[in-house]
Write a protein that binds this ligand. Sequence first.
Ligand SMILES: Cc1cc2nc3c(=O)[nH]c(=O)nc-3n(C[C@H](O)[C@H](O)[C@H](O)COP(=O)(O)OP(=O)(O)OC[C@H]3O[C@@H](n4cnc5c(N)ncnc54)[C@H](O)[C@@H]3O)c2cc1C
Length: 319
Amino acid sequence: MLNKQLSDQETTSALDCDLIIVGGGITGATLACALKESGLRITLIEARPLDVVAAKRQAYALTLLSGRIFAGLGVWEDILPQITRFQQIRLSDADYPHIVNFHPQDLGTAQLGYVAEHQVVLTALQRALQDAPNVRWCCPAQVEGVEYGQDAVTVTVTQEGERNTLRSRLLVGADGARSQIRQQAGIETQGWKYWQSCVAFTIRHQNPQNDIAYERFCYSGPMGILPLPGNRCQIVWTEPHAEAQTLQEMPEEAFLQRLAERTGGIFQGLELASDRFLFPVQLMQSKQYTQSRLALVGDAAHCCHPVGGQGLNLGIRDA
Ligand SMILES: Cc1cc2nc3c(=O)[nH]c(=O)nc-3n(C[C@H](O)[C@H](O)[C@H](O)COP(=O)(O)OP(=O)(O)OC[C@H]3O[C@@H](n4cnc5c(N)ncnc54)[C@H](O)[C@@H]3O)c2cc1C
């Protein structure tokens, strides 16, 4: 539809751009990358400096489909050498003595999925956008206001103390779970906050093999373990809020002891390789993903429990 409207040169030239994306996280940058050869003039507004946005300490399980999407965007060659392809998923449930194993043969693929660090993915996307003549970063910049009109959306933005207005055909909110764009548009959400938070951190170990993802379900909450390059793993440990906070704050030695117990001694030479970050967990869905001159993507549109490893994958699919 946008391409068709672009042929209306008179209207188009009166606008500053065809698409404004607010939020330069992985979802927003993926969308810009997907459209960089469309001929559309795109402005990406990001609140924080690009290197700060890329430096987020997080890793994600990526699905095979996300890999194919990134391959289609031409960034996969950059990403693939720096991530893990996992060859097995082991699911275990509280006291139940058996383990459910998934293997690539179950899918007829070379791997079950990937684990990628935020920095690797976002840096590759930023690099791919670097030379795109029709994509302009407005960053770090603050959105001061948005006005939706019949023919255009007007975004007031402040960058380096200077206030500007940008007129565009469409605004996309890719600005995360607490989306200012969604809230200002009056779009309501539904969902709930879980009674748990998760503690996310990276460990280093000395096991000879590191291509297995674990999902362990316990009465107090699930734990996900994702293998990372360099004999590291990203662990997301979910517990009731107070217990999760205790885990974050307890001395490292005691924490590693608790972790060794919880993981059933599967890791040799366990060490903590990052800070411990605490995230409250919620399920949230916007009641609308689109309205006139606006679309929401990624966490701005929906958030889910990290246990399924789906949040970012959904955002990539939205883009
Ligand atoms: C512990 C944990 C583990 C997870 N593990 C997985 C996993 O294994 N697999 C998976 O698929 N998902 C996982 N997720 C979910 C995943 O982290 C999110 O779904 C994903 O990061 C959302 O990306 P996004 O780009 O939509 O939003 P964000 O990453 O929140 O990015 C939003 C961007 O918008 C910018 N921004 C915000 N407000 C404004 C504004 N007003 N103006 C301009 N810019 C703005 C922010 O600075 C940021 O750069 C996990 C989540 C958690 C908490």
